[in-house]
Design a protein around this ligand. Structure first.
Ligand code: FAD
Ligand code: NAD
Ligand code: ISD
Length: 444
């Protein structure tokens, strides 16, 4: 073994001949959380050479939500470098030049293949050992493959998943080649809903296939889902619900020409988009860190079961104070805020309070736009005009308002539903809440 003087001025012991660099702070993963963490590090005064980001992706951190929205537009589509983090939160745009100017090492196109939290090292696929004093795990998640549900053929040239900019670029190519043709969207969650809308805007005939009785099964009630399904139908989208894909039909070149569904339906397809959920990228740390709810368990400082290691974003299961339980959230606002909080907890431990996060989800499709805050547990109480353009719902659980949803709101109205959900007022009379509707949130 040899002693190596590290970037942060300390000696580190390495096996003889091992290549490597050392940093005070290492962010593993270069997605949304990484970008927001980097910005926060600079705000808290990180010195040149102390921080590095290691990412499998070949580009600097960017706003992933743009991939199913602006990136898929037929005209003036969003392209990098315009949507690097942190433009999604109206903050600075961190281009590769920005990282250079701030002395932050961006190690791109590089997969970390193993981690040793006891030795505080990461080993990259290129054979380099990177050591850290503090590690922030921001590895996000991967898209689930149809093969994991027993269907083969996912690697066909016109079957698309959507997780990163490479997937989005391929989806655009296949979409352009399939103009005027048939698209089948597998999955009725976020990817399914946002891609189906984009495909219609790109003039494809779209069918959506999913196993649940209605779209967005994890969040929407049947009544809310029905509004969006009717809107989608008015745009020509065909829903095939309560069934799943059983097999692809291929032509002689291995291209998919159609899909067979379990209920016996056959749908012709020039393009298939699959959005059937994700799995957090925890594998490097299994057996080394405590996991819970499929993610890496952290405390209210975003610190894992190893005190030098933090986890943020999609991969982290953290205490959601307002619910009194650990949850893993797969949304951009949680990634941004957990990343910032972890950096504050590392750099200013005495000044940083517990992470007290109010879950926030949103989507924008066609002319529609909704926001949701809190939890969708308990009884839903509806308000507004479900035959018009603005309506919503509150969720009341054990006599308290715990969740709020609003479609077509103004900035002030969205702020009001966020605020009322944070306050969690007692609600004794559901019909009075229904009568007051949005006014209840505005008055709190
Ligand atoms: P990611 O952004 O996924 O970043 C993880 C990074 O880690 C990636 O760069 C990955 O390559 C890298 N990585 C993983 N393993 C390794 C390894 N071993 N070595 C090196 N690098 C590694 N949320 C919303 O709230 N609203 C939206 O409108 C919305 N739209 C979305 C649209 C799409 C198409 C997608 C895919 C997601 C969307 N989301 C949205 C979810 C949101 O983007 C995620 O919650 C967010 O990106 C999570 O950030 P993260 O940094 O934890 O993970
Ligand atoms: P999801 O969990 O939102 O939806 C998965 C859907 O897959 C389910 O609704 C179900 O209909 C379907 N499904 C499950 N098993 C299936 C099977 N065997 N066959 C067919 N359908 C099946 O996941 P997603 O839509 O894949 O989104 C991936 C990730 O991207 C999520 O973390 C999501 O939060 C994120 N995302 C978020 C937004 C947003 O917040 N606006 C937008 C896009 C993506
Ligand atoms: O939150 C978001 C979102 O929905 C996007 O499209 O961040 C991105 C950026 O606004 C893209 O510029």
């Amino acid at each position: 073994r040899v002693k190596v003087l590290t970037t942060y001025g300390k000696f580190d012991e390495r096996p003889k001949g091992e290549m490597g660099r050392a940093f005070v702070y290492v962010i593993l993963g270069g997605g949304v959380a990484a970008g927001y963490a980097a910005l926060e590090f600079t705000k808290k005064g990180v010195s040149h050479g102390e921080l590095c980001i290691i990412s499998e992706e070949p580009v600097a951190p960017y706003e992933r939500p743009a991939l199913s929205k602006g990136f898929l537009l037929p005209e003036a589509p969003a392209r990098l470098p315009t949507f690097h983090t942190c433009v999604g939160a109206n903050e600075e745009r961190l281009t590769p030049k920005w990282y250079k100017e701030h002395g932050i090492e961006l190690i791109l196109g590089t997969r970390v293949k193993s981690a040793d939290v006891r030795r505080k090292t990461l080993l990259t696929a290129t054979g380099e050992t990177i050591s850290y004093k503090f590690l922030i795990i921001a590895t996000g998640a991967r898209a689930l493959k149809l093969e994991e549900f027993g269907v083969s053929g996912s690697d066909a040239e016109n079957v698309c998943y959507l997780r990163d900019v490479a997937d989005a670029t391929r989806l655009v190519e296949v979409m352009q080649k399939s103009a005027g043709g048939n698209a089948v969207v597998i999955g009725g969650g976020y990817i399914g809903m946002e891609c189906a809308a984009s495909l219609v805007i790109n003039k494809l005939n779209v069918s959506m296939v999913f196993p649940e009785p209605h779209c967005m099964g994890r969040l929407f009630t049947p009544k809310i889902a029905s509004y969006y399904e009717e809107f989608y139908k008015s745009k020509g989208i065909n829903f095939v619900k309560g069934t799943v894909l059983s097999s692809f039909v291929f032509d002689d070149e291995g291209k998919v020409t159609g899909v067979n569904l379990k209920d016996g339906t056959y749908l012709p397809a020039d393009l298939v988009v699959v959005g059937i959920g994700i799995r957090p990228n925890t594998s490097l740390f299994e057996g080394q860190l405590t996991l819970e709810k499929g993610g890496i368990k952290v405390n209210s400082r975003l610190q894992t079961s190893n005190t030098s290691v933090y986890a943020v974003g999609d991969v982290a299961s953290f205490p959601v104070k307002t619910f009194g339980e650990i949850r893993r959230l797969e949304h951009v606002d949680a990634a941004r805020k957990s990343a910032r909080h972890a950096v504050a907890a590392i750099m200013e431990p005495d000044k940083t309070p517990e992470f007290d996060y109010l879950p926030f989800f949103y989507s924008r499709v066609f002319s529609l736009s909704w926001q949701f805050y809190g939890d969708n547990s308990g009884e839903a109480v509806y308000f507004g005009d479900f035959s018009g353009t603005s309506f919503g719902a509150y969720w009341v659980h054990k006599g308290q308002l715990v969740g709020s949803f609003l479609e077509g709101g103004s900035k002030e109205e969205y702020e009001a539903i966020a605020n009322v959900t944070r306050v969690k007022p007692a609600v004794e009379d559901l019909s009075e809440l229904e009568r007051q509707g949005l006014g209840f949130a505005v008055a709190v």
